[in-house]
Design a protein around this ligand. Structure first.
Ligand code: PLP
Length: 360
């Protein structure tokens, strides 16, 4: 036996750490190569980004590519600080919200420093926990997706609340999250990837609590999923700790310029999300009329439970019609479909297809 390892011989040792070897890895939603499909499976925004973004991209100078970018993306930091009414020191730019999640797990979690979150939720959390050799404490939501009281006493180093939650679209009030932040001894990360589609957010909590980190994504409300940009909001002491972990240049110069143009165009952003919110309500009503059970959603997707037909079968029949939604075979979700709110026309085509499938 090689001293200090669990291997019988050096030959038994794989190239990877044990938990990496055993890990299944995150399974991203299907990205079809064809463009003539109705893609309602990964919660992208169906509308293009602000014209200001396209203008900035057209004007990128060779020097912006030749030189390393600003490691902190200060131009974006300033713009995001103004939008959120905090000082720029409260903001850290990230290569998508997923980059912040990965940084947070590396910052706070290991074998003895656990993570807790309610389930079902974003399926990346257990994947990142596993890579840290950290056993997640998964506390089930009740049938109404209320915050489980047990979370407050879990003793976890990191507690994550996805709010609005994916895939349920449910929402926990700022007041409840303030109480949770107050009770926890560890860090509370509020994953607000979908918050642009709600009326309320938790920015005020970072002023009152030194253990709160808010995750924001530019992928959903700002139509920039392909660019990879997100950011953290937290008190400067927490931000300084996270900065030690991030790649030195985790956001590139082109992305900083484009994301800054997007967040500054408030008019375009508001019009875009209002359209989606309106269509979300219409889509919910149309699905309910087809006898799907659809809880109220605060995000840019809905979770539809089929009562009369297997969700997996509906999924397959939609794929045959070039319509992609998300189907999870995991317990508690296998009778449901998560459907991104598309353009009005895409939603109409989905409803038409569902009517056909349900009458077959
Ligand atoms: C709940 C949740 N958090 C975070 C993210 C990360 O988003 P991105 O890395 O595109 O900013 C996603 C992406 O779908 C998500 O669903």
């Amino acid at each position: 036996m090689v001293e200090g390892t669990q291997y019988e011989s050096e030959a038994d040792m794989g190239y990877f750490r044990d938990n990496v070897e055993k890990a299944k890895g995150y399974e991203p939603g299907y990205q079809p190569a064809q463009t003539d499909v109705i893609k309602l499976n990964t919660n992208e925004n169906p509308y293009p980004p602000s014209p200001e973004v396209m203008k900035v991209l057209a004007e990128i100078k060779p020097d912006q590519l030749r030189r390393y970018p600003d490691p902190m993306g200060n131009v974006f930091r300033q713009a995001a600080a103004e939008v959120n009414n905090v000082a720029p020191e409260y903001i850290m730019c990230c290569n998508g919200g997923d980059d912040l999640l990965s940084i947070a797990f590396r910052a706070f979690c290991d074998e003895s420093r656990l993570v807790a979150y309610p389930v079902p939720t974003y399926s990346l959390y257990p994947v990142l926990a596993n890579l840290q050799n950290c056993s997640p404490i998964e506390v089930p939501f009740d049938s109404e997706f209320n915050l489980p009281p047990k979370l407050a006493g879990s003793g976890a180093a990191l507690t994550i609340i996805c709010n609005p939650n994916a895939p349920s679209g449910s929402f926990v009030s700022t007041g409840e999250l303030a109480s949770l932040a107050d009770e926890l001894s560890g860090v509370l990360l509020i994953d607000e990837a979908y918050v642009d589609f709600t009326e309320e957010n938790c920015t005020s909590l970072v002023r009152d609590f030194d253990n709160v980190i808010i995750l924001r994504s530019m992928s959903k409300g700002y139509s920039l999923a392909g660019l990879r940009f997100g950011y953290a909001i937290a008190q400067p002491e927490l931000i300084a700790g996270l900065v030690k972990i991030k790649d030195s240049y985790n956001v590139d110069a082109v992305a900083v310029a484009a994301a800054t143009a997007a967040i500054k165009d408030r008019k375009y952003f508001k019009e875009n999300v209002e359209k989606i919110k309106k269509d979300r309500e219409l889509l919910t009503a149309q699905l309910r009329a087809l006898k799907f059970k659809v809880p109220k959603s605060f995000a840019n997707f809905v979770l539809a439970e089929s009562k009369n037909c297997e969700a997996g079968r509906i999924y397959d029949k939609l794929v045959q019609r070039n319509i992609y939604v998300r189907y999870f075979s995991s317990p508690g979700l296998s009778d449901k479909l998560r459907i991104t709110v598309g353009t009005s026309e895409q939603n109409d085509r989905l409803i038409l297809a569902l009517k056909e499938i349900l009458s077959e």
